[in-house]
Design a protein around this ligand. Structure first.
Ligand SMILES: Nc1ncnc2c1ncn2[C@@H]1O[C@H](COP(=O)(O)OP(=O)(O)OP(=O)(O)O)[C@@H](O)[C@H]1O
Length: 378
């Protein structure tokens, strides 16, 4: 646990970067500092490993004041990842990561073995280990940065805008990878970003800071979206927050109805007899959805339904949340319905097999019922 107790940082020129920050960061969770440029996110983060010393107040790590520890000792237990990875340009990728175990006393061969394991952990192919950082993409360099930060197996990981320099698609992959890693490693991660969507996706807890280094709100992402404390947080959390909040509500209560389905290879005239409101979802031998056929399409088909006859489906949502652990949300269910060419969202089980369909009306009715019964915040 990391505790900020009335922490203030005033730089020599008088700038107050952080102002009486009180905050408790739980072990094994991702805590995100988010806020506009200059609000003191980086300063707050760097005070944790004493790259910057607080002017007043105290920071406790596992109950002990960090000022009582030598910075080098303190930093052994705290990994640090920055934007653009901060790799050594003249060392290979493998040696960039191996440096850390070697500094901690491992022999070269053992350190390289550990580095190779870590590259695999962050999803990099072994052959990239021989390259130099400049020969990697930005996203790959960030993964190396994460591998290096993990090399000492520190319980705490500080990450300062680690994914800001990569394009949005790669950033999305890196975020997913971080969540996957975290589900295995359970580190205490403090993550700085100016991107509220990134904060909401990654954070177990999110601290919204305002310029002047004051804490505006410290809450779960769902609570930030549902109950911003003031206009600053509401406008920072942004547009569509009511819709985005649906992403935190499980879709369990949405009743799933039957959906017309036909296997690929079904004769068109047979399929025509099975349509529901002019549509049927086409499935493979494992009952997984492949796409849709409509009355209009089938009227042109002579013989069996083949892949080229299919109209692409919309998004799917997992209804079998208990079994898979990947709980489909109301947002997933609504998106499935709205993106479906048949206006019916397909619910699948953990294996991806069709279990039924939902319309936007059923999703919204389930939401209205849950709000009325007080199950979700209004
Ligand atoms: N060494 C310094 N001397 C004086 N002022 C500083 C120094 N470092 C940062 N600041 C100021 O402190 C405030 C907070 O800076 P900090 O870098 O912590 O903000 P940030 O929220 O991380 O910003 P950004 O998102 O732009 O990186 C800013 O006003 C900044 O100009």
């Amino acid at each position: 646990m990391i505790e900020f107790q009335a922490v203030t940082k005033r730089y020599d020129d008088g700038t107050v970067a952080v102002d009486h920050l009180d905050l408790t960061i739980e072990d094994g969770k991702i805590t995100v500092f988010v806020g506009p440029s200059g609000c003191g996110k980086t300063t707050s983060l760097r005070m944790i490993n004493r790259m910057i010393d607080a002017t007043s107040g105290a920071i406790l790590l596992d109950g002990k004041d960090i000022r009582a520890q030598h910075p080098a000792d303190l930093r052994r237990g705290i990994g640090y990842v920055i934007q653009n990875a901060g790799l050594f340009p003249h060392r290979t990728v493998l040696d960039n990561v191996a440096t850390v175990p070697m500094l901690l006393g491992a022999r070269k061969a053992a350190a390289r073995g550990r580095a190779a394991e870590l590259l695999a952990t962050v999803g990099l192919p072994a052959e990239l280990g021989k390259r130099y950082p400049a020969q990697l993409s930005g996203g790959q360099q960030q993964r190396v940065g994460v591998a290096r930060a993990l090399a000492a197996d520190p319980p705490v990981l500080l990450m300062d805008e680690p994914f800001s320099a990569v394009d949005p698609v790669v950033r999305d992959d890196l975020q997913d990878e971080l969540l996957r890693l975290q589900s295995e490693l359970g580190k205490t991660i403090v993550f700085v970003t100016h991107d509220i969507d990134e904060a909401i996706k990654l954070g177990d807890q999110v601290a919204v800071l305002r310029v002047g280094g004051r804490l505006a709100q410290y809450d779960t992402p769902a609570a930030l979206l549902a109950k911003p404390v003031d206009d600053f947080v509401a406008s920072f959390v942004g547009r569509d927050r009511g819709y985005r909040a649906l992403g935190f509500l499980p879709a369990r209560q949405v009743p799933i109805g039957p959906v017309a389905s036909v296997p690929l290879g079904t004769p068109a005239d047979v399929a025509r007899g099975r349509l529901d409101a002019g549509w049927a979802v086409v499935v493979d031998t494992e009952n997984k959805p492949l796409g849709w056929v409509s009355e209009a399409v089938l009227s042109e088909v002579d013989g069996e339904i083949r892949p080229e006859h299919l109209i692409s489906g919309g998004s799917l949502y997992v209804a079998d949340a208990e079994a898979s652990g990947t709980a489909g949300t109301l947002r997933n269910a609504l998106d499935a319905a709205l993106s479906s060419p048949a206006a019916v969202g397909i619910a699948v089980d953990a294996t991806g097999a069709v279990v039924g369909g939902v319309t936007a009306e059923t999703v919204l009715k389930a939401l209205a019922d849950a709000r009325r019964s007080g199950e979700v915040p209004t």
